[in-house]
Design a protein around this ligand. Structure first.
Ligand code: DC
Length: 226
């Protein structure tokens, strides 16, 4: 239970556009943005660099005491003090992350840290299990969704914009595989909680998504103050 903080939990599948909208929302409302996906990616990067097989759950669990992750107020992701904000965004790492995010010890470590980060702060936190496991007390819970083909297209466009080579059919297939893993893993799978506001963003621009979520948050803040 959080004694004093205000939290907006934003969950949803890969490629739905959570991070962009969550980051913008946090900035507009002067709240702290916590990108939980980046934390899973940092754990993956540490292990990838060690040459660990992503399917070796025992080795991944053994690496955890050697990993310290921090998110700076400016939005950088630090892995044992090193700024890895750019390196964690590459495609190869996305696959690796999706596999290791299913391991219970990884989830336990990061969930504890995420709960701690949100205690006594005002946060916008995005991920897969924020409303269900990390911050079940969050005052605002949003579940963003979109048609899988549209999400694959958004990811493809993002990669193109970053100059990373991509093939649409491959991106689409990877999106389906990651959906499958996120929704069907044993520990903290992606679920839409009963109390979350469901927003289908298939036909929405990032600006419209931001407007819709801001409206829900402001309503809640007005009711809290009133
Ligand atoms: O949102 P993203 O693509 O940066 O997330 C990277 C991976 O981490 C993705 O495979 C899902 C996983 N993840 C998770 O399991 N739980 C979270 N709260 C956030 C991300």
């Amino acid at each position: 239970m959080n004694p004093s903080g205000f939290a907006v939990a934003i969950d949803g599948p890969v490629g739905v556009g959570k991070s962009t909208v969550a980051q913008q929302l946090a900035s507009n409302l002067h709240m702290t943005y916590i990108d939980t996906g980046a934390m899973y990616r940092a754990v993956a990067l540490f292990n990838l660099r060690q040459g660990t097989d992503r399917h070796d759950a025992t080795a991944i669990a053994a690496s955890l005491p050697h990993i310290e992750i921090a998110l700076t107020p400016a939005g950088a992701v630090l892995l044992n003090g090193e700024d890895v904000s750019h390196e964690i965004r590459n495609q190869l790492l996305a696959e690796y992350t999706s596999t290791i995010a299913a391991y219970a010890p990884v989830r336990e470590k990061l969930t504890q840290q995420q709960k701690h980060l949100a205690a006594n702060a005002h946060v916008v936190m995005d991920g897969r299990d924020i409303a269900s496991y990390v911050l079940p007390w969050a005052q605002v819970k949003i579940y963003l969704d979109a048609d899988v083909k549209i999400r694959a297209q958004r990811r493809y466009d993002e990669l193109q914009a970053k100059g990373q080579p991509a093939d649409f059919a491959r991106v689409w297939e990877e999106t389906l595989i990651r959906d499958e893993r996120d929704k069907n893993r044993a520990h903290a799978p992606l679920v839409r909680t009963q109390d979350a506001i469901y927003i289908d963003t298939s036909n929405m621009s990032p600006g419209e998504m931001l407007e819709a979520i801001t409206c829900h948050v402001k309503n809640k803040l007005v009711r809290k103050d009133g």
